[in-house]
Design a binder for this molecule. Structure first.
Ligand code: AR6
Length: 180
């Protein structure tokens, strides 16, 4: 499902964040130490190779909401943007931290003149953020950021399951008032 809003394509797809060869940057739902872990971080580090952990070392640790950028090494992308989403129930108010995380990822993409970026659903795995609430904040934040984007032409959300995809789809329909 996709829609062009003010020159920017916003789309959602079901899939794997490591299998998005047509975007310049993929976003990692990282840990503070920027080490490999489970979920998205594990998949990205495995697909990118050991050089990714090396490249991350100088930037760690990062704080909740922050984002840093590295090469993507063996991934079929140019960059990985690593960001630290909030742990639900710990990093409060969670919606503000989650919005900050998306904003900082978009900001660093813009600073690097990136045209296309793919996000996973940050914080909704190990960090326990309820998917519906996270989808609302993710899509509201993207919507409010669209007017400020200069380089980004495409923003993709990659959802790992059919049910998460459906939740994002419904949320996108209500927040962005989109049609299929
Ligand atoms: N592609 C797309 N989405 C995925 C993939 C994938 N390959 N794998 C999982 N998801 P998580 P978090 C979904 O746990 O909640 C890590 O261990 C998953 O179903 O990756 O921000 C780090 O090291 C969920 O909806 O990220 C951190 O310690 C979403 O991606 C911690 O987990 C996010 O799940 C970060 O937790």
């Amino acid at each position: 499902m996709k829609k062009k809003i003010g020159g920017v394509i916003v789309e959602i797809t079901e899939g794997n964040i490591t299998k998005q060869p047509d975007v310049e940057a993929v976003v990692n739902a990282a840990n503070a130490q920027l080490r490999t872990g489970g979920g998205v971080a594990g998949a990205i580090h495995r697909a990118s190779g050991p050089e990714l952990a090396e490249a991350c070392r100088d930037f760690a640790p990062i704080k909740t909401g922050e984002a840093v950028i590295t090469d993507a090494f063996d991934l079929n992308n140019d960059y990985v943007i690593h960001c630290l989403g909030p742990v639900y129930g710990v990093d409060r108010p969670e919606d503000q931290y989650l919005a900050k995380t998306y904003k900082n990822a978009l900001k660093i993409a813009e600073e690097n003149n990136i045209k296309s970026i793919a996000f996973p659903s940050i914080s909704t795995g190990a960090f326990g953020y309820p998917i519906k609430q996270a989808a609302v904040t993710a899509l509201r934040t993207v919507k409010s950021s669209l007017k400020d984007l200069q380089s980004i032409e495409k923003i993709r959300f990659v959802l790992f399951s059919r049910s998460d995809y459906k939740i994002y789809k419904d949320t996108m329909n209500s927040i962005l008032n989109l049609e299929e």
